[in-house]
Design a protein around this ligand. Structure first.
Ligand SMILES: C[S@@+](CC[C@H](N)C(=O)[O-])C[C@H]1O[C@@H](n2cnc3c(N)ncnc32)[C@H](O)[C@@H]1O
Length: 297
């Protein structure tokens, strides 16, 4: 594995090699990181960012007072954690249902002094310059977790124990609205996300960062390289690729990883073992860091 190296703001690694970092940001589970802080409706969103990971991204790639934007903000993890760290944060979310939960989290988690720094707007990430208006071109950091180009839904084990469905089909892909990018796959996904990354490029200041959090998921047993796709798309719109942070979803226990596989991963694992197939658990997300070149108008 490559040596760990953190890229400082404003520097670009030489020689084409992208430095690799390991971030142990899941020493406690996602539920535990949110427990008692985020409103209970947050748990209905099927694909949230780890609060520790959001904090780590914001602390590493921005400074207090900076403008941080999440163009696909879900229940507002980036806004909440960023405003608590003294950043001005704007979240954009297509679904008014999730935008309302994000607004409730801002009210619930943050004190009044912090809450004035956080804002959520209902809007389309592909139209980010319009949604941000006067603030377009002023953004220091975009930290976002886009849809993962695969089926995500809310697993409800309590409902299952009562004899109901384990995963309500209405919870799939963030919304039943087909215009939600969560429904897109393959080429359709790449075309839409290219437009999102172009919009991100347009609203950033020169030298500003885009950090994407994605996970390589399995479709019909095969791993989909979403990190690779994301780096191709971001570079296509003009970003420089600075750093690959491997955000562990597992706890570190001495020299071992304590994996916390999802229900679906456990289920695939059992099925694979039953037919004597090897199956690797995915225990990390990819936090890729891109920079808008300084010499960009
Ligand atoms: C992976 S989730 C982000 C979760 C977020 N990081 C959090 O912690 O809650 C992706 C989000 O993108 C939203 N989304 C999908 N298409 C969108 C669009 N065109 N514009 C803005 N948001 C969109 C989805 O509704 C979903 O909430």
């Amino acid at each position: 594995m490559a040596t760990q190296q953190t890229v400082k703001a404003g520097t670009v690694p030489r020689g084409g090699e992208v430095p690799l970092n390991i971030w142990p940001c899941a020493q406690t589970s996602a539920q535990w990181q949110r427990q008692g802080r985020y409103v209970k409706e947050s748990f209905e969103h099927p694909g949230k960012m780890l609060p520790d990971l959001a904090r780590r991204i914001i602390e590493t790639y921005s400074s207090p007072g900076d403008l941080v934007v999440d163009p696909m903000c879900g229940i507002g993890t980036t806004m909440v954690e960023g405003a608590a760290l003294g950043r001005r944060c704007i979240g954009v979310e297509l679904e008014s249902r999730w935008a309302a939960v994000a607004a409730a989290n801002i009210d619930h988690v943050l004190d009044d002094r912090q809450a004035v720094r956080a804002e959520v707007r209902v809007g389309d990430a592909t139209e980010l310059p319009l949604v941000l208006g006067d603030l377009s071109g002023m953004v220091n950091l975009i930290a976002t977790s886009p849809p993962y180009a695969c089926e995500v839904g809310r697993v409800d084990k309590d409902a299952w124990a009562r004899g109901d469905v384990l995963c309500d089909p209405a919870s799939l892909n963030y919304s039943t609205d087909r215009s939600n990018l969560g429904h897109l796959r393959h080429e359709e996904y790449r075309i839409a996300m290219l437009a999102v990354y172009q919009a991100c490029f347009d609203v950033l200041r020169p030298g500003g960062f885009l950090v994407t959090v994605t996970k390589n998921m399995r479709q019909k047993g095969r791993l989909v390289d979403l990190a690779g796709t994301t780096s191709v798309l971001a570079r296509q719109v003009g970003f420089g690729y600075l750093q690959h942070n491997v955000a562990l979803l597992a706890g570190l226990r001495g020299d071992r990883l304590a994996a916390r596989p999802s229900f679906w991963q456990q289920s695939h694992l059992r099925k694979s073992c039953a037919v004597d197939r090897r199956y690797h658990l995915v225990v990390h997300e990819d936090a890729l860091v891109f920079v808008k070149p300084e010499d960009c108008a």
